[in-house]
Design a protein around this ligand. Structure first.
Ligand code: ADP
Ligand code: ZN
Length: 215
């Protein structure tokens, strides 16, 4: 399947994407994961992105489009892809539209994960992430903690709170989301490809997507 997952930070895009990959081998493409891996590796992309990310700001559109242009042409995308955290701005959405036409790829749907604000805030402050860039498993210290505190169930690496998950950076990310990313819901609604789902449970979101795509 080929989907865009839209939603505020903490809406559950990453969790839903990981569940969907198990259905048909589609790959999860998370621009946040790609950028965090680059920061960790200390390469040029990471150096360019780091300060924006730490402050909870968006990384410039041109950097993101360079990454995605290459990423969408990788072999593993032939089985399908789940875009998680991209596009994030109207210019990214417009550039993606052109890119998909060039690559002769069509999307199955754009899914908006709708979650009340209080739930978002609570989830973000209790979220923990596996620091292994090849795993990036997501936990929640309240609702789904790792079996052994601080250790990833899947790969044994450390489970940590992300640098941008301090209260200050979280509130900044939510503001940035409302200003720059929320307008994409309207954009894709006008394109006629939008599926809105109440995303208080990831299982319900996955079921709604399966129902819509008849898979
Ligand atoms: P979130 O949990 O906030 O959805 P992500 O892991 O998707 O977080 O992204 C973390 C950070 O990486 C963002 O705050 C932003 O700095 C940067 N980032 C990720 N994807 C994009 C994008 N498509 N455009 C610009 N910046 C991005
Ligand atoms: Zn792990």
């Amino acid at each position: 399947m080929r989907l865009i997952l839209l939603g505020a930070p903490g809406a559950g895009k990453g969790t839903v994407a990981k569940m969907l990959t198990a259905i048909d081998g589609s790959v999860q493409i998370s621009t946040g994961d790609i950028l965090r891996a680059a920061v960790k590796a200390g390469n040029e992309l990471g150096q360019q992105a780091e300060a924006f990310m730490k402050a909870g700001d968006l990384v410039p559109d041109t950097l993101i489009m360079d990454i995605m242009k290459e990423r969408l042409q990788a072999d593993d995308c032939k089985a399908g892809f789940l875009l998680d955290g991209f596009p994030r701005t109207i210019p990214q959405a417009q550039a993606l539209k052109t890119l998909l036409v060039d690559l002769e790829i069509s999307l199955d749907a754009v899914v908006s994960l709708d979650v009340p604000k209080e739930v978002i805030l609570d989830r973000l402050t209790t979220r923990r992430t596996c620091e292994n860039p090849d795993c990036n498993a997501i936990y929640n210290i309240k609702s789904s903690p790792p079996k052994q505190e601080g250790i990833c169930d899947k790969c044994g690496s450390k489970v940590v709170q992300r640098d941008d998950e301090t209260e200050e950076a979280i509130s900044k990310r939510l503001d940035v989301y409302n200003a720059k990313t929320a307008p994409l819901v309207e954009f894709y609604d006008q394109e006629g490809s939008l599926l809105r789902v109440n995303a208080t449970s990831s299982e319900v979101v996955v079921a709604a997507i399966r129902n819509k795509l008849e898979i």
